[in-house]
Every structure is written in structure tokens, then in C-alpha cells.
Design a protein around this ligand. Structure first.
Ligand code: G3D
Ligand code: MG
Length: 174
């Protein structure tokens, strides 16, 4: 039992659903605090998990995915990270390995990662990245877990956040 505060970041190509995932998780829609200088929205959410109170500060890169100048501010001090790709666009999954993961590790050496394939609600014909590919990428970037989520239906969104939180708490205890 304890009280925790974690900064989480969410990275991935434009339009994979980063903002939608955060909005789905933070149902109470407080006006997000927008930091114009660093192109980032910051939202807060507190949950109770196994008797622990966990306050998240969620940093949304908010349209500045290609803007690298202030990237170090975004990454600074993150405890955990979601890497998100769009299950209908294989290029966005490749970019996790070729771009986002190396970029993260340039700035944050160790924080745990949950890999997310978002838009799992799309019709099977449109889902062009299979789960095995997702699991392979997860292994190669040493993610603690891989989820297929839908920000639209909410499927697996809470599970992804809870997994990252539990990983951070357990890390804290050792
Ligand atoms: P980003 O923050 O990564 O750039 P957004 O992505 O959250 O802005 O989402 C980009 C588009 O994808 C949005 O559509 C959004 O509604 C849609 N989207 C996000 N998550 C899901 C999902 O799980 N399922 C489906 N079907 N669509 C999703 P628009 O049309 O508004 O651009
Ligand atoms: Mg966004």
C-alpha cells in the first residue's frame, strides 16, 4: 500500500490514436493543460489499484510528433512509456522500431514500455498488422507487455495503464 506519482508519455506516429487513448482513460474531461512552448498537453488522473493510490501525469505529444527541438523536455523524467502504432497501418509499427524506440532510449535509458496496437475495433480486412508481429516488436524493444486496444470501444485501455502502473510499483519496491 502506498502513494505514487508517475509521469507517463505516449509516443508514436501522427493519427495512431495517442490523444484518443489518453482521453478514453481520463474520462473526466478536465481542460488539458497545454504547454505551447513544448507542444504538449498534460493531463492528470488518479486511480486506486491494490490499495495503492497512483497519480498519473500523462504527457501527450499533441501534434508535435515531427518537431524534435523540444523533444528532450517531453521525455525528461518519464517513469513509463506507451509506444503506439495503428493496427491498420504497418508503417506505423515499423516506425516504433526504427524511430520511436531509439528516440526514447536516447533520452530515457530504462523506463518500462507497454506496446500498443490501437484501432483493434477495425474490421479484420483492415487490420494489417497481425498479433504475432506485435509480439515480435514487443520482444525486440523489451516491452513489458503488448496489448491490442481500441480507444473507440475502450477495449484493453484500462488494462494497458494498470499493467504499466503495476510494473512501476513493483520496480519501486525492489
Ligand atoms: P494521435 O493523437 O496519435 O495523432 P488521435 O491520434 O487520437 O488524434 O486519433 C487519430 C484518428 O484516429 C482520429 O480520427 C480518431 O478518432 C481515430 N482513432 C483513434 N483511436 C481509434 C480507435 O481505437 N479506433 C478507431 N476506429 N479510430 C480511432 P479522426 O477521423 O478524428 O481524424
Ligand atoms: Mg494527438
Amino acid at each position: 500500500m502506498g502513494v505514487y506519482k508517475f509521469k507517463l508519455i505516449i509516443i508514436g506516429d501522427p493519427a495512431v490514436g495517442k490523444t484518443s487513448l489518453i482521453n478514453r482513460f481520463v474520462e473526466e474531461q478536465f481542460a488539458p493543460e497545454y504547454k505551447e512552448t513544448i507542444g504538449t498537453s498534460i493531463l492528470r488522473k488518479t486511480i486506486t489499484l491494490d490499495d495503492n493510490e497512483i497519480s498519473f501525469t500523462l504527457w501527450d505529444i499533441a501534434g508535435q510528433e515531427r518537431w524534435t527541438d523540444m523533444r528532450h523536455v517531453y521525455y525528461l523524467g518519464s517513469h513509463g512509456c506507451f509506444c503506439v502504432y495503428d493496427i491498420t497501418r504497418p508503417i506505423t509499427a515499423q516506425h516504433i522500431e526504427n524511430y520511436w524506440y531509439p528516440d526514447l532510449r536516447n533520452f530515457v535509458k530504462k523506463c518500462p514500455i507497454v506496446l500498443i496496437a490501437n484501432k483493434d475495433d477495425m474490421s479484420p480486412a483492415l487490420k494489417r498488422v497481425d498479433p504475432e508481429t506485435g509480439e515480435d516488436i514487443a520482444q525486440r524493444i523489451q516491452a513489458v507487455r503488448f496489448y491490442q486496444t481500441s480507444a473507440k470501444t475502450g477495449s484493453n485501455v484500462e488494462a494497458a495503464f494498470e499493467t504499466l502502473a503495476l510494473n512501476l510499483i513493483n520496480k519501486d519496491l525492489t
